[in-house]
Design a binder for this molecule. Structure first.
Ligand SMILES: CC(C)(COP(=O)(O)OP(=O)(O)OC[C@H]1O[C@@H](n2cnc3c(N)ncnc32)[C@H](O)[C@@H]1OP(=O)(O)O)[C@@H](O)C(=O)NCCC(=O)NCCS
Length: 337
């Protein structure tokens, strides 16, 4: 098996997939294939009125040639970055299966941005034209493609890297990897100004109470990325019911207020739901956690104090909180704080 990797870049319209694919290929020294460039060069001059079937047939032919080039690159140990739309799960699975046959690993990069920002980018792209194959995307087409995009779910979501693009910058989220531990510890220490939360995370790592743990990363100014945020989910028991607790979540003070916390929490909850966890609990500001759907339930309490209403719960499955009442018990790992 070669060490080379295949990156599948997917995401909704206007998310910034090609820009991200260019940046990522530069970082990993990979060969990039963006389908719009192929279609523009090979077929734009011949297309007449855009016909979906006409385009799909040519896209399929391009993909065949692209994959043939990919196998050569991969065989020589060179990464490939595929920016082929991948709005459908089936399309991603097809290339995942091809990579498997070639004996290499695949990772999905799910590029996303706030929907209003994506709409604005599409309007700007329509106005500017440019040399891509892209046709004018009307508001009706935008909505149609919104409905067509199948976001990674379940195990695919767990394994993917989520990329959030903004006008001037981007950040990524992915499952914490073994090499991240030192940077995670530094972020927790800097954010909380005390070692307690870092110690909790270190104790949970690999324990039976461990849950989803994610890192948020930004470019380090060179070719790498550095950890600037972290979220930890862990086992919580309420009577005979098991769920998860969200704690700690931390964003390096230098990077706070830019949406990293919101994306970390949203993704940690989605991945926990994907693991069939029935509910989540959190202790914190209702003004902050209310936006994720958390709410105080007087029937569910915690050993921790806090202001009234600060202990909150959220069902992650339909009926996930049915019959749940009593005091929530966190993992022993929290005994140090
Ligand atoms: C809480 C925290 C993770 C949020 O991350 P972030 O990246 O700054 O948050 P976002 O950019 O996604 O969201 C910012 C919003 O959260 C609000 N917010 C942040 N911390 C808040 C708090 N403690 N109480 C209420 N609201 C808060 C901001 O006012 C802002 O509101 P707005 O969207 O209405 O403008 C981060 O501020 C942090 O690490 N704080 C210190 C550690 C901490 O308290 N962790 C939580 C307990 S474990």
């Amino acid at each position: 098996m070669s060490d080379a990797m295949v990156t599948l870049v997917c995401g909704p319209t206007g998310a910034g997939k090609t820009t991200w694919a260019i940046e990522h290929a530069a970082r990993c020294g990979g060969l990039r294939f963006s389908i719009d460039e192929w279609m523009a060069e090979l077929f734009a001059a011949d297309r007449g009125e855009p016909q979906l079937a006409w385009m799909l047939e040519r896209i399929a032919r391009c993909e065949t040639v692209i994959w043939s080039l990919c196998t050569q690159a991969l065989g020589r140990g060179v990464d490939v970055v595929l920016d082929l739309g991948f709005s459908q799960r089936e399309h991603r699975d097809k290339f995942g299966a091809l990579a498997k046959v070639a004996g290499v690993e695949t990772v999905t990069h799910w590029v996303d941005a706030d929907v209003e920002q994506r709409r604005a980018r599409v309007v700007q792209r329509n106005a500017q034209g440019g040399d891509t194959f892209a046709i004018d995307v009307t508001p009706a087409m935008f909505e149609m493609m919104e409905a067509r995009f199948e976001p990674p779910a379940g195990p695919e979501r767990e394994a993917c890297t989520k990329v959030t693009t903004r006008n001037e910058s981007s950040f990524t989220l992915r499952a914490e990897a073994p090499g991240d531990a030192a940077q995670v510890g530094d972020v927790l220490q800097r954010t909380f100004g005390a070692p307690g939360e870092a110690e909790v995370v270190a104790r949970l790592r690999g324990s039976e109470d461990d849950g989803v743990r994610l890192v948020a990363m930004v470019g380090d100014g060179g070719n790498g990325q550095r950890v600037v945020g972290h979220v930890q989910m862990s086992r919580v028991r309420i009577g005979e019911h098991c769920g998860v607790g969200l704690r700690p979540v931390a964003v390096d003070p230098e990077h706070q207020g830019r949406g990293l916390g919101q994306t970390l929490v949203t993704e940690a909850l989605a991945r926990s739901a994907g693991r069939s966890e029935p509910f989540a609990v959190v202790l914190g500001s209702p003004a902050y956690y209310g936006r994720f759907g958390f709410a105080h339930d007087p029937a569910i309490t915690s050993v921790y104090g806090g202001p009234p209403g600060a202990f909150q719960v959220l069902a992650l499955q339909p009926g996930g909180l049915e019959g749940v009442a009593g005091q929530a018990a966190y993992s022993d790992a929290f005994s140090v704080v």
